[in-house]
Design a binder for this molecule. Structure first.
Ligand code: PMP
Length: 369
């Protein structure tokens, strides 16, 4: 009867550790200007769309077969791209791919975290790190950043040695604050961490800092560099994340990945998109230039902006950030309240979107927010 479909979440025999939790929930609202999930605002160019369509048509002829479980062709292409982008020679054995870097992070925790194990992050950082930890029953530890959102490296070294997390997350550039970790600091933190260190480089293409892949030769026994095609690559809808690590790490992840996790269509589309990397990544310079226009404009309105190396800016201070967020929404501009008191995060969009955002920002200031 109808009672069966009206069952409430609290009536289900849910795992105790999931009770009362909220799912990841960036609002997906249909408003004119959407600057809330750090996407690339530029749609893929027509040549890329045509190439993806042709590649998917060809792949569709093989849809009765399971895909290449190990995605060797795609991983080979990713290795070539990452070698070009970071200057660090990497081969197919160093690369692993999954449905977004969220799935990469989940597989890492399934293999190296889990019941009785701990993961540590420097907060505020990417909100999915604790959520994926919880989903894999990994205990979550956090160390707060300084007031300027930088990591106190000396204090962090002590905490890492003392708490000995099985997995440590370092996000560079950090979401939602935007700064990169200096390479020398990165090395110190990796050396202090006894377990696996995941450097989450989702926004690396926007930053001039060297990639942590430069440390793989010396720290490959513990270092995993996580990347995504969702941001700079304008491929968020395609769902393709990847990592670079020692081949043994890739072997470990094959113990936990679901067989055939990357569909024939995903693999074909991602390979086609990679063939257009240069054209797509042209938007990175445009977005960085727009960021460098938006920041002083916000400052001129009296805002404080956290220095950002990424395609978003954390700024404030608001007496009541959730109320200010709603005031932007009333202006038709969707930005992000990441839960940091006094601050909001805006993703850099096209020049027109940024103009609309700055006009809304001025209106919100005029309202006294
Ligand atoms: N890491 C960070 C730091 C992110 O900000 C995001 C996206 N918001 C991701 C990982 C996950 O992105 P995706 O799953 O689309 O690769």
């Amino acid at each position: 009867g109808s009672e069966a479909v009206n069952v409430r979440l609290e009536d289900l025999p849910l795992r105790e550790s999931l009770r009362g939790k909220s799912p990841y929930g960036a609002p997906q609202l249909d408003v004119p200007v959407r600057l809330n999930t750090n996407e690339n605002p530029y749609p893929p160019p027509p040549e890329l769309v045509a190439d993806v369509a042709a590649a998917c048509e060809e792949a569709a002829r093989e849809l009765h077969r399971y895909p290449d479980r190990d995605a060797v062709a795609l991983r080979t292409d990713l290795a070539e791209y990452l070698t070009r982008q970071t200057g660090v020679p990497l081969g197919v054995a160093n690369l692993w791919a999954a449905n977004g870097s969220n799935e990469i992070l989940q597989q890492v925790l399934q293999a190296f975290g889990g019941p009785g194990r701990t993961a540590l992050g420097f907060v505020p950082s990417y909100s999915m790190h604790p959520i994926i930890s919880s989903g894999t029953q990994t205990d979550w530890l956090e160390m707060p950043r300084r007031a300027d959102f930088s990591i106190d490296v000396e204090a962090a070294q002590l905490v890492l040695k003392e708490r000995a997390p099985d997995v440590t997350f370092l996000t560079s550039p950090n979401n939602p604050t935007g700064q990169s970790i200096e390479p020398a600091d990165l090395a110190l933190l990796i050396e202090a961490a006894p377990g696996i260190v995941v450097v989450d480089e989702a926004y690396a293409e926007f930053s001039a800092h060297p990639s942590a892949t430069t440390l793989l030769a010396t720290h490959g026994h513990k270092l995993i560099v996580s990347r995504t095609m969702s941001k700079a690559f304008a491929f968020a809808g395609g769902r393709l994340g990847y990592l670079a690590a020692a081949p043994a790490v890739v072997d470990a992840l094959q113990l936990v990945r679901l067989p055939y996790h990357l569909s024939v269509l995903t693999q074909a589309a991602a390979r086609a998109a990679l063939r257009h990397a240069e054209a797509t990544l042209g938007s990175v310079a445009l977005l960085a230039a727009e960021r460098d226009r938006v920041v002083p404009a916000l400052q001129a309105q009296g805002h404080t902006c956290v220095t950002s190396d990424a395609n978003f800016v954390l700024y404030g201070r608001f007496a009541d950030a959730p109320r200010a967020w709603r005031a932007y929404l009333e202006q038709g501009v969707l930005i992000r309240d990441v839960g940091i008191p006094g601050f909001l995060r805006v993703t850099i969009g096209t020049p027109e979107e940024n103009d609309a955002f700055l006009a809304a920002a001025a209106a919100v200031v005029a309202q006294g927010e």
